[in-house]
Write a protein of this length. Structure first.
Length: 552
């Protein structure tokens, strides 16, 4: 009997950990299977505030996470694909979507759990296609969510009649502020408000958590959940930080106000039913829905206030001395010197990614200052590439032994590829944008939408290439090379669609034909330059044949 408390703690912690992991499993599975399609759909579905909010809610339901949708929004807002007002509407809708997810996942679907698990495992093990395997991963994650909730219910039974546990929980019921703060901290620590809300609702349904404490804790989870995105975007563009800070003020501040109203019985929570857990979930959903209805008409005003509070920083172009990760004192220590070189390559990749984001905006509104800034940035990248190659040429071991030439050659090649990508952006793509402005041309609506979608896909692969640089993960490298083939096929499809529009005699397509095709090929070249990052890693691991990827 002495080990009973320890056993309970272990069981409850394991069940909660399984719940957190299962929610993450579903989210990552969906991101890998349908992330690209979701990005395109989400970016297109922002015709007005209501459409943006609905698309954000649906995306959160599919991805099981409002934070994941917020990070997608951050990328769109940073690139200028959508504005801050639409971004805030997406986030408000995503908060409602995550509340719906908690309601659905809390359903007692005991009969479905084994079916989901069996189907998921079969699909994952027997499918060779990456997308189908990720669908199997989603099914497995959903089954584990339901299983973990059952484990939490079973683990909490011994405490229902425990005097000590009852005293602690009654304290939380009598001190809703403490319960609110603890729940906010927990939601932030596990990086999932959905998992936190499910845990609190399940404990309440089993009689372990009093209703008053459960209500306070699901409201606290809203504060913790909105704070996650704030931490993740601390170094993002000012417009992104405005959106997430406004969401924190609305959701976190609104949750605190709702807590006061609930504690004073201004909000009659008994209308949500008798079951404490279900009541907490309905309060969670009602709170986020009410927040959306009240704030959606005001998003324009809120973003103007946020612009005044968080102004854009002064343009600090790096026209002078550029910081470098290359430490010449480590050139006699090859491993550490190569680590410095990789950090410099990541820096080059980040600069090139920013250039790619900014270049597409020139086709909407050409700006000589912005175009010059991109060209200045290319010169910085070119200088970094030369400095890196010179640095690698001077790497020697102290004892003169060891063959480090292959590694130095690979890193030099990566630097040259990144420089080539930056050169394509600064010279070719910027020049195409200038021709559009100089000749007063505009793409057809279908053509421009296709180009934006293709640019977004290449941008994701650029980010993927930087991730391969940082992690040296063979699986990520394999995916990057596979996506290179996908980009080639997509470019061919888009060229075919463009030729069809030419056959139809559409004037905008005829006038911009050369620019349209050159931009497609330039973006494809940028993608190929970043895909080359993966080849040395795959060759070293034996995952690359002479002409194609080795089949696993």
């Amino acid at each position: 009997m002495e080990s009973a408390p320890t056993l309970f703690v272990l069981n409850m912690a394991a069940a909660a950990a399984l719940l957190i992991w299962a929610v993450r499993l579903v989210r990552t599975g969906f991101e890998r299977a349908f992330g690209g399609e979701l990005r395109l759909w989400l970016r297109r579905s922002t015709a007005n505030r209501l459409a943006a909010a609905v698309s954000g809610g649906l995306a959160a339901i599919l991805m099981q996470s409002s934070t994941a949708v917020t990070m997608l929004m951050a990328g769109f807002v940073s690139s200028g694909a959508i504005g801050g007002v639409s971004g805030l509407a997406i986030v408000l809708g995503a908060d409602v979507g995550s509340a719906v997810v908690a309601m659905v996942l809390n359903s007692r679907l005991a009969a479905v759990t084994p079916l989901l698990m069996l189907t998921g495992v079969l699909i994952f093990l027997r499918s060779s296609r990456r997308q189908l395997r990720q669908i199997g991963r989603i099914f497995i994650g959903l089954a584990l969510v339901f299983l973990s909730l059952d484990l939490i219910r079973a683990s909490s039974l011994p405490l229902v009649e425990s005097e000590g546990a009852r005293t602690a929980m009654l304290y939380l019921a009598g001190d809703p502020v403490t319960a609110f703060v603890l729940a906010a901290c927990f939601a932030w620590l596990v990086h999932s408000s959905v998992a936190a809300v499910l845990l609190f609702a399940t404990l309440a349904s089993e009689g372990l958590l009093p209703t008053e404490a459960a209500l306070a804790m699901v409201l606290g989870a809203n504060l913790g959940g909105s704070f996650i995105a704030v931490v993740l975007t601390l170094k993002a563009d000012a417009i992104v930080r405005r959106v997430v800070w406004v969401n924190l003020a609305l959701r976190g501040g609104g949750a605190a106000i709702a807590l006061i109203l609930v504690a004073r019985s201004v909000i009659p929570t008994d209308i949500f039913g008798d079951d404490p857990g279900h009541r907490a979930l309905l309060l969670h959903l009602a709170f986020n829905a009410a927040l959306l209805l009240v704030c959606l008409p005001l998003v324009g005003v809120l973003m103007r206030v946020a612009t005044a509070v968080i102004p854009a920083p002064r343009d600090a172009r790096s026209g002078g001395v550029s910081r470098t990760a290359l430490d010449t004192s480590l050139q006699d220590q090859p491993k550490r010197a190569f680590a410095c070189a990789v950090r410099e390559l990541v820096h080059m990749g980040n600069r090139t990614e920013i250039m790619l984001r900014q270049a597409i905006e020139l086709f909407v509104r050409y700006d000589d200052v912005a175009a010059q800034a991109i060209q200045d940035e290319f010169r910085t990248v070119a200088r970094m590439s030369l400095d890196l190659r010179i640095y690698l040429a001077g790497v020697r071991s102290r004892d003169g032994e060891g063959d480090f030439g292959t590694r130095a050659f690979d890193l030099s090649g990566m630097a040259m590829n990144l420089e080539a990508a930056a050169d394509t952006i600064a010279r070719k793509i910027v020049d195409l944008a200038y021709r559009m402005q100089d000749e007063k041309l505009r793409f057809s609506d279908d053509g421009w939408r296709e180009l934006c979608d293709f640019h977004d896909r290449v941008l994701r692969n650029v980010q993927h290439g930087i991730a391969v640089l940082m992690s040296e993960d063979v699986g990520l490298a394999r995916e990057l090379v596979e996506q290179k083939e996908g980009i080639r096929e997509a470019a061919q499809t888009l060229e075919h669609k463009h030729l069809q529009r030419l056959q139809q005699g559409l004037a905008p397509s005829i006038e911009t034909s050369a620019i349209h095709l050159d931009l497609l090929r330039s973006l494809k070249a940028v993608n190929a330059s970043f895909a080359m990052i993966a080849y040395p890693l795959l060759e070293e691991s034996g995952a690359l044949l002479e002409s194609r990827l080795a089949r696993s």
